[in-house]
Design a protein around this ligand. Structure first.
Ligand code: SF4
Length: 575
C-alpha cells in the first residue's frame, strides 16, 4: 500500500474545538467502514447511553470516492438509540464529494453543543454557528435556509435533521442534500442529543491524480461497463421500485403488517405505475452516471378554493413497501403524502412504516384504543397514519413516547410481539423471501438486507435448500461488502466492482493491493464489528423471531423456526 495518510477531523461540540490528525496507521483499512469502525472503537463508551454527549459519530469516505463511477457513499457509524448497539448507515448525493474536496477522509464528532448549532466545514477550518432559529423547523425549510446562509463555494453538501431528530425519536434520520439519507438506526436522534441541527461541508480544494494516464484507462473501462452494459439498467430505468411487482408476483412483498406476501393493489403503487403517472425526473449522486433517484410530483390542494401546491418527492422500493403495501395503501397519492411527511419530520421511512403496521394490529386487537391514539387507524387510512406519525414526534402520552423508541420497545411494553415485525429490534425491510433473509437480517451488523443480501441467497438456493451453504453465503457476502463499504462504493454497483476491478482502481491511484489482501481486510472488519457489537450488548443467544414470519408463506414457501434455529447455530460455529 502507498504512504498516503488518512486525514481525520475531530470536532468537540462541547468545547467548540477541533483537531486534525494524519493517521498513517489507518491506511491499511482503506477508508469508509474500515476506518470508521476503528475510529468508533477508539472512543465509544459501552457503559454510556447511545445519546450521551461523549458518544462519537464518525463519518468517512474512501480513497476512490467520486473519482470513480458510482463510488458515492459516506458511511456514518454511531451507537444506535433504536437497538442500543452498532449503528451503521450510508448516504450519497454530494456529501462524499464535498468531504473529499474539503480534504477530510473522516470526521469524528463528540460532545454536546450548549445551544442548537450547525457546523460549517471547509478546507480552511470549521465554524460553530448558532442554529437556534432553525430548531423546530422541518427538513425542507432547514435546507432552504441553510443554502441561503451558506452560499455556494465549490461543492456544497448540506446534511440536517428535522423535528424527529431534535426530539430524539429513536429512528430519526439525517437528511443528505434533500434526496438521500442516513436513514436507519437513529443517527438523527444522536445529532439531536448533541444539539447538532446540521452540517454544511464546502469542498473547494483541488486534488491532483498522481498518474493520470493509468487512472484514465481504468476509469474509462469502469465507466463503459456502467453505461454500456445492462448491469445498471434496472436502477436507472424503473428504479428499485421495479421490485414491487416482481416480489408481489413471487409472493415475497410484505403486505398489511406481513399478513400476506402479496398485495392485490400492488399494480397501483408499482414502480411501473409510478413511472407512468407520477415520475417527473431522475437524479444522481455526485460521481454517478446512473441516476437511480426517482422523483415524483405530488400536486395537492392545500387550502379551500383553487389553492394548490406541487411537491417533488423521491420514491424507491423500500419507501413504497414501508409506506405502501405494508400498511395497505392503494394509491400513489397516499403513499407520496406519507413519504413527504416522514421526510419533513426527519424519520426513517422503513421503521416508521413497520411501526404503523404494528399500531394497526395493536388497535384492531384492543391493545391500544382510539382515545390513546387520538385517531382511528386502519390499513389504507392515510389520515389516521398521518396523525400517528405526528404524535410520535410530539407525543401527547406515554404510549407515543414509547412508540418513539421503536416497534420492539412498544411491543415489549404493550404486547403484540408476535406481529411486531422486527429482528434484533430493527424493523424489517421490504422482502419476505425465506430463511436466509430472516437470519441475514438478524445477524447482519446493522440488521439490514444490505449487510448480506439474504433475499438473494434465498432465491439462489430456492430449488435445493442447504442450510449450511446458505449461512456460508451470507457470511461470505457480508465480508466482501465490508470491502466495498471501505471504499464507499454504492452497492448497486457491486456487479461492476468485482475484486479484479477494485484492485485495478486502487492500483491506478497508487494503492497497490491484491484480491487476497482485500478479502483479509473484509474478514478483519467483520471481526472488528462483531467484537464492538458484543461490547454494546448484542447477544446471539438472546435473539427472538416474531411468529408472523413463520405464519405467512414467503417467496420460498412457509418458514420453519427449527430451520432458523439450526442456521443460527451454524452461524455461531463459523465465528
Ligand atoms: S446508483 Fe443511485 S444511489 Fe447509487 S450512486 Fe448512483 S444515483 Fe446514487
Amino acid at each position: 500500500m502507498s504512504e498516503r495518510t488518512i486525514k481525520v477531523l475531530e470536532i468537540n461540540l462541547s468545547e467548540e474545538k477541533i483537531e486534525v490528525h494524519h493517521r498513517k496507521d489507518l491506511n491499511y483499512l482503506l477508508g469508509g467502514i474500515g476506518v470508521a469502525s476503528k475510529l468508533f472503537a477508539e472512543s465509544v463508551n459501552p457503559q454510556l447511553d447511545p445519546l450521551a454527549p461523549e458518544q462519537p459519530v464518525v463519518l468517512a469516505n474512501g480513497p476512490l470516492s467520486t473519482i470513480f463511477p458510482v463510488v458515492t457513499k459516506v458511511v456514518a457509524v454511531f451507537r444506535s438509540p433504536l437497538t442500543g448497539e452498532w449503528g451503521e448507515s450510508y448516504a450519497g448525493m454530494r456529501l462524499a464529494l464535498a468531504m473529499r474536496l474539503a480534504g477530510f477522509q473522516a470526521i469524528v464528532i463528540h460532545g454536546r453543543a450548549h445551544a442548537p448549532t450547525y457546523l460549517s466545514i471547509g478546507p480552511r477550518g470549521v465554524k460553530f454557528k448558532n442554529a437556534s432559529a432553525l430548531w423546530g423547523l422541518n427538513v425542507g425549510e432547514t435546507g432552504s435556509i441553510l443554502r441561503r446562509l451558506e452560499p455556494n463555494r465549490g461543492h456544497r453538501s448540506t446534511i440536517r435533521i428535522g423535528p424527529a431528530g431534535e426530539k430524539c425519536v429513536s429512528f430519526a434520520s439525517v437528511n443528505v442534500d434533500t434526496y438521500r439519507h442516513f436513514g436507519r438506526l437513529g443517527l438523527g436522534a444522536v445529532f439531536g442529543a448533541k444539539n447538532l441541527k446540521a452540517i454544511v461541508i464546502h469542498g473547494d480544494k483541488d486534488e491532483p491524480i498522481p498518474d493520470s494516464k493509468a487512472y484514465n484507462k481504468v476509469y474509462r473501462d469502469i465507466y463503459q461497463r456502467v453505461v454500456k452494459t445492462d448491469i445498471m439498467d434496472k436502477y436507472h430505468g424503473v428504479g428499485t421500485a421495479i421490485n414491487i411487482n416482481a416480489l408481489n408476483n413471487l409472493g415475497g412483498l410484505p403486505t398489511k403488517n406481513l399478513q400476506s406476501g402479496t398485495f392485490e393493489q400492488a399494480g397501483n403503487i408499482s414502480g411501473e405505475s409510478f413511472a407512468e403517472q407520477s415520475l417527473i425526473r431522475k437524479m444522481a449522486c455526485s460521481g454517478c452516471p446512473v441516476g437511480c433517484i426517482h422523483i415524483a410530483m405530488r400536486r395537492r390542494e392545500f387550502g379551500p378554493g383553487y389553492e394548490y401546491e406541487s411537491k417533488a418527492i423521491s420514491y424507491d422500493h423500500e419507501l413504497i413497501f414501508a409506506l405502501g403495501s405494508f400498511i395497505g395503501m392503494t394509491s400513489q397519492e397516499k403513499v407520496l403524502d406519507l413519504i413527504d411527511l416522514v421526510e419533513e419530520l426527519g424519520m426513517d421511512a422503513i421503521t416508521a412504516g413497520v411501526a404503523l403496521g404494528w399500531v394497526t394490529e395493536a388497535y384492531q386487537s384492543g391493545i391500544v384504543d382510539e382515545a390513546t391514539l387520538g385517531t382511528k387507524v386502519d390499513f389504507d387510512n392515510a389520515e389516521g397514519y398521518i396523525e400517528v406519525l405526528k404524535n410520535i414526534v410530539y407525543p401527547p402520552n406515554s404510549f407515543y413516547a414509547t412508540l418513539a423508541r421503536g416497534t420492539a420497545a412498544a411491543a415489549e411494553k404493550y404486547g403484540g410481539k408476535d406481529y411486531a415485525l422486527t429482528l434484533a429490534k430493527t424493523e424489517m425491510p421490504g422482502y419476505h423471501t425465506g430463511h436466509a433473509n430472516v437470519l441475514g437480517l438478524t445477524v447482519g451488523a446493522r440488521h439490514s438486507h444490505l449487510d448480506n443480501a439474504g433475499y438473494s441467497v434465498d432465491q439462489k438456493h430456492r430449488e435445493q435448500r442447504d442450510l449450511e451453504k446458505m449461512v456460508d453465503d451470507l457470511i461470505t457476502e457480508e465480508k466482501w461488502r465490508n470491502v466495498l463499504n471501505s471504499l464507499c462504493i454504492c452497492l448497486f454497483a457491486r456487479g461492476i466492482y468485482d475484486p479484479e476491478t477494485v484492485v485495478s482502481a486502487l492500483g491506478s491511484i497508487g494503492i497497490n493491493t491484491t484480491a487476497e489482501e482485500l478479502n483479509a481486510l473484509g474478514e478483519e472488519i467483520f471481526k472488528t464489528k462483531h467484537e464492538i457489537r458484543i461490547k454494546l450488548g448484542y447477544n446471539l443467544d438472546r435473539l427472538t423471531f416474531p411468529k408472523r414470519f413463520f405464519d405467512t408463506p414467503s417467496l420460498t414457501g412457509r418458514l420453519s423456526s427449527e430451520n432458523i434455529k439450526r442456521m443460527l447455530e451454524i452461524y455461531k460455529s463459523r465465528l
